[in-house]
Design a protein around this ligand. Structure first.
Ligand code: SF4
Length: 503
């Protein structure tokens, strides 16, 4: 869909208008000019004084006109960026309204296209805005529907129950450890995940680098007296390395990291059931790690085959029982809505299989077409459910979790997600993953170690976020892990210097 925009010349409008258009149409292009080549034309009129007043007018092929008006007071902004954001939101407001009227489609998240909607509500509450007023503002300023505001409220409340000191954890950090290997690569995956077979040389050097990073960062944290809130092993699949390698890795963690017995939670993704063995479970138990993830994604065998997950449904169930028997008492399982060839019957089947297992937490993802995945490159090969069916499956997940005592405790959205929906983590009460809350709400720094691990540094005073990513492929990692470690320590030094550290 090509949309000609008249009356807005500032190039900065281009991207936000395109993101909103993508909520309605497959691929959109915004042209900030009057052009014959466009499929539709939207005329804006913008007046900026003490208020920002904006109107939009969309004329369809039959000459029918859809228009919208919005006016909002501009609050004093500290920066030009902040000021523009207010104008952009006002423009988005009328733009979304005319597109909704024209297409008949309602965007439940309103003009929000970002990944973390709950952060917005946390921010308002942290500023001392009463809950009801915060909800009213979300509805009026962003056009978020009551249904989604209620979901946000439920999640925020749950997070503050699980982590009552969420807003004051800036002086601690969490650690993410990325292990970039998997038995095989799945079709929808864009994570750093290299098929492990025949790569022992590369695994050895990678682990050498990772141990080095753990020692260096651990030493720095000990020297500064900074505590660790949570540790998360992800990837790839961290259980695709051998039991012996896992043993040495956790030993390194206990030796190098400060006060490991005080860490609130240690999670290891054992995502692929084909990597789980009794020996590896014994090692996890030995090091007191009892939160793991075993990810079925679907309980339909043909689907697993189509997406390149080379394990069987019965293997998932078998490994789940094995993990239970061997003392894992906090197991998360992931399901994906809208996998190729799947509709309501397949998803209902996945939920009824989940019912037999009752994991402590269930994360329900909605399929997204990530640009770099095999599935996006060969999109025509993969048939997926339409918007209405995807929405129904999401409702099924909501009803099922509610009925079985699970509560939503984190959510995030992605670009190109089917039906413009969201990914939601549900959990039985008090089994929530604290790490997931930390990563979503951005209330403390997360230091990424290992391949493809991104660090997110949050300034303890200003809250400003600095991103820093380790190399994705093992070869570049092995060539440069020392330099990357130094760089991270430099950033940490600045953030946690005496001047920067909170009282
Ligand atoms: S198991 Fe997970 S990380 Fe590995 S290839 Fe599949 S989706 Fe990617």
């Amino acid at each position: 869909m090509r949309i000609s925009i008249i009356g807005l010349d500032d190039e900065r409008f281009n991207r936000p208008l395109e993101l909103i258009a993508n909520l309605f149409f497959e691929e959109s292009q915004i042209i900030l000019a009057n052009t014959e080549e466009a499929d539709i034309q939207i005329k804006f009129h913008l007046e900026i004084q003490k208020d920002v007043a904006v109107t939009a007018e969309l004329k369809d092929h039959n000459g029918k006109i859809y228009s919208s008006k919005y006016q909002k007071e501009l609050y004093a902004a500290h920066t030009e960026k902040e000021r523009f954001k207010q104008i952009k939101n006002a423009v988005s407001h009328v733009y979304l309204t005319v597109l909704q009227d024209w297409t008949g489609m309602i965007q439940k998240w309103g003009i929000l296209t970002g990944v973390r909607p709950t952060k917005l509500l946390h921010k308002k509450l942290q500023e001392g805005i009463p809950v009801e007023l915060a909800h009213k503002q979300l509805k009026e300023d962003y056009l978020i529907t009551d249904e989604k505001i209620e979901l946000m409220q439920q999640i925020v409340e749950r997070q503050l129950t699980v982590v009552p000191d969420l807003y004051s954890l800036k002086q601690e950090v969490s650690i993410y450890i990325g292990i970039p290997f998997c038995p095989t690569k799945c079709a929808y995956c864009t994570f750093p995940a290299y098929a492990i077979n025949g790569r022992q040389g590369s695994v050895d050097s990678f682990l050498g680098g990772l141990h080095y990073e753990m020692r260096k960062i651990g030493k720095w944290l000990k020297e500064k007296g900074i505590r660790i809130t949570t540790v998360y092993y992800g990837g790839g699949t961290p259980t695709s390395i051998t039991a012996e390698e896992m043993d040495m890795l956790y030993e390194e963690m206990y030796t190098s990291f400060p006060d490991v017995d005080k860490i609130r939670e240690i999670t290891v993704e054992a995502g692929r059931p084909d990597t789980i063995t009794p020996e590896k479970l014994r090692i996890l138990k030995k090091w007191n790690i009892d939160r793991i993830s075993i990810n079925p994604q679907s309980y339909t065998q043909e689907t697993l085959k189509a997406i390149g997950r080379h394990h069987t449904v019965s293997e998932t169930i078998e490994k789940y029982h094995l993990a239970r028997e061997m003392g894992m008492n906090n197991i998360n399982m992931d399901l994906i809505i809208g996998l190729p060839g799947e509709g309501i019957p397949e998803f209902t089947h996945s939920l009824s299989e989940t019912e037999k297992l009752m994991p402590e937490s269930l994360t329900v993802h909605t399929l997204s077409f990530k640009r770099a995945s095999e599935m996006t490159k060969n999109k025509e090969k993969y048939k997926v459910a339409d918007r209405t069916e995807v929405e129904k499956m999401m409702e099924l997940a909501q009803d099922w979790t509610k009925k079985h005592g699970y509560v939503p405790y984190y959510l995030y959205r992605q670009k190109n997600i089917l039906g413009n929906l969201e990914n939601v983590g549900y959990s039985l009460p008090n089994q929530e993953s604290i790490y997931n809350i930390m990563i979503m709400e951005e209330q403390q720094s997360i230091i990424g170690l290992g391949c493809g691990a991104s660090s997110k540094f949050i300034d303890p005073i200003t809250g400003k976020i600095t991103h820093f990513a380790n190399p994705k492929d093992p070869k570049s990692y092995n060539d440069s892990f020392e330099a990357y470690t130094e760089e991270k320590i430099k950033i940490l030094e600045e953030l946690f210097s005496e001047k920067g550290s909170p009282a």
